[in-house]
Design a protein around this ligand. Structure first.
Ligand code: MEV
Length: 432
């Protein structure tokens, strides 16, 4: 397929009809008609296919899939697919990506894709001796699991290290935990890591004299981190009655609140996850794993805090950064089986899991900025309610043109409520 893509700046994309937007993606050579069909749910994930994915299947569950525009990440233009039910998420990310473009877009970097597998070793009589025995046989233990996934090995992945932790304060008293560090390359990695931990347990029992109990990957993937940064020129920040300095300082004050207070940090990080999860879901990745890792990582400073940082540089521009675990894959699992996940990955043209992680982190940072900018200025409800109004009109039963008509009326009246939508629907349905 010949690419004819003119970049992620697509003015007026939001005004196009659904069919026109799809045609654009085809015209740019980003997706084929088959890919588009997968995204639009026709031959996408059929109940028959879903039936092979999980148990007791009775159907499939759909979510809106939108495209975030304007993203320039590590110098590359990318259209980002986002699966999310909440209005204003896609628009917010796209708008902030536009502001960030003027400052060079987003820079993002993922660390080596190293996951942690845990082995809980109980009933050890001498923990110091057991630790010595494991460390003395480390090379041999790692060699035992180097061959379990030949493809991973060929791609340069495999076991990297084995660490011993002694947990002294527990309801069971003291016990040992082994951490297997495993480079999973482009996979999410759960299967490789769990298999490796299970494979090691017999030898670990012999060496330690203990009993290996749990053998499972840790979702606190703090060796598989991604960082994203951006700089928003001061000149980009003013709008309406708000000066650029007011907006910049207001965003920094909003961040400081989250940095200091867990009640605010939870909501602040939820805003980041609005963007992160939407891309994780669109690409068929395990969003519960990403959520678990994000929130566990957010307490690393000793208390639950913000995953992002906002401040100003010496020129007075706004600078933001985000760091979080990002255990996503582009091979295996639903990323391979789900037709729309495949189309989503193709749209972004990513060739490694690290590249996907970098895009996701950039979207998370943009989403965080969208929320803070709104909260620090006119408040979240104005923009949110206007977009939310469409869903309210639909919830009241409006269809086709009446959705837009009722939406506009409720916004004009500042009465975005289902009861008002129902009234308008009754009134206008009688006239049609
Ligand atoms: C709503 O989905 C997300 C926000 O609450 C995030 C935030 O408060 O930073 C707006």
């Amino acid at each position: 397929m010949k690419r004819n893509f003119n970049g992620s700046r697509q003015p007026g994309f939001y005004k196009l009809s659904l069919a026109q937007r799809q045609a654009k993606l085809e015209e740019y050579g980003l997706l084929t008609p088959e890919d588009l069909a997968a995204l639009t749910g026709k031959p996408g994930l059929t109940p028959e296919k879903a039936n092979h994915m999980i148990e007791n299947v009775v159907g499939v569950h759909a979510l809106p899939l939108g495209i975030a525009l304007n993203f320039l990440i590590n110098g590359r233009d990318v259209l980002v697919p986002m699966a999310v039910e909440e209005p204003s998420v896609v628009a917010g990310a796209s708008f902030m990506a536009k502001l960030a473009r003027a400052g060079g877009g987003f820079t993002a970097q993922a660390s080596a894709p190293e996951m942690i597998g845990q082995m809980q070793v109980l009933d050890i009589s001498d923990h110091a001796a057991a630790e010595q025995a494991i460390l003395a046989h480390k090379t041999e233990l790692l060699a035992d699991i180097a061959e379990i996934d030949p493809i991973l090995k060929k791609l340069g992945g495999g076991p990297r290290d084995l660490e011993v932790r002694i947990i002294e304060q527990s309801p069971l008293g003291t016990f040992m935990v082994l951490h297997l560090i495993y480079d999973v390359r482009d996979a999410m990695g759960a299967n490789a890591v769990n298999t490796a931990c299970e494979r090691l347990s017999a030898k670990v029992e012999t060496l330690t004299g203990g009993r290996v109990h749990l053998r499972i990957l840790s979702n606190l993937a703090d060796r598989r981190l991604v960082q994203a940064t951006c700089r928003i020129s001061l000149s980009e920040l003013s709008f309406g009655d708000f000066s650029a300095e007011q907006v910049r300082d207001g965003i920094i004050e909003a961040w400081a609140f989250a940095e200091a207070d867990p009640y605010r940090a939870a909501t602040h990080n939820k805003g980041i996850m609005n963007g992160v999860d939407a891309v994780v879901i669109a690409t068929g990745n395990d969003w519960r794993a990403i959520e678990a890792g994000a929130h566990a990582y957010a307490v690393q400073k000793g208390r639950y805090s913000s995953l992002s940082n906002w401040g100003k540089d010496e020129k007075g521009d706004l600078v933001g950064s985000l760091e979080m675990p990002m255990a996503v894959g582009i091979v295996g699992g639903a990323t391979k089986v789900h037709p729309s996940a495949q189309a989503a990955l193709k749209l972004m043209d990513v060739s490694t899991a690290s590249e996907l992680a970098e895009i996701i982190a950039a979207v998370g940072l943009a989403q965080n900025l969208a929320a803070l900018r709104a909260l620090a200025t006119e408040g979240i409800q104005r923009g949110h309610m206007n977009l939310h109004a469409r869903q309210v009109a639909m919830a009241a039963g409006a269809e086709s043109e009446l959705i837009e008509k009722i939406t506009q009326q409720m916004i004009a009246e500042k009465a975005v409520r289902v009861d008002r939508a129902e009234e308008l629907l009754r009134e206008w349905s009688d006239h049609e």
